[in-house]
Write a protein that binds this ligand. Structure first.
Ligand code: AMP
Length: 115
């Protein structure tokens, strides 16, 4: 989608601090980090959010996106200390960008419940 900021990052039309890329997903640093490590992992294919992945194709997109998040967490040395993966979904979920993304947060102890 030409008006989607994350599609434009995937296409290389908007700069981002990219960390990793596969054929199916891209990982880059969040512009407004909420933790010492705050990475976004987005699928290369445009899907609005988790609610749009309830299909076989969506399952593959979700699986490959989460898989890259797990790989990046390992590469950044978070596997042992732990980390949080978040997918804000829709208005009440706090989603502000309408392209599925996994937040990878780490480097500090997270609190619960979330705000
Ligand atoms: P959410 O509120 O879950 O939709 O998260 C969207 C995230 O995208 C926020 O944490 C923003 O800081 C981040 N963000 C928005 N635009 C960019 C961008 N151009 N590059 C990197 N991160 C971005």
């Amino acid at each position: 989608m030409s008006d989607c900021i994350f599609c434009r990052i995937v296409a290389g039309e908007i700069p981002a601090k990219e960390i990793a890329r596969t054929a199916d997903a891209v990982a880059f640093h969040d512009l407004n980090p909420q933790a010492p490590v705050h990475v976004l992992v987005v699928p290369a294919t445009h899907v609005a959010n988790a609610a749009g992945t309830d299909t076989d194709a969506g399952e593959r997109i979700m699986g490959r996106t989460v898989r890259l998040a797990v790989q990046v967490a390992k590469e950044l040395g978070l596997a042992e200390s732990g980390y949080r993966l978040v997918m804000n979904t829709g208005a009440d979920g706090g989603q502000s960008v309408g392209h599925l993304h996994v937040h990878l947060l780490g480097g500090r102890r997270m609190t619960w419940p979330p705000g």
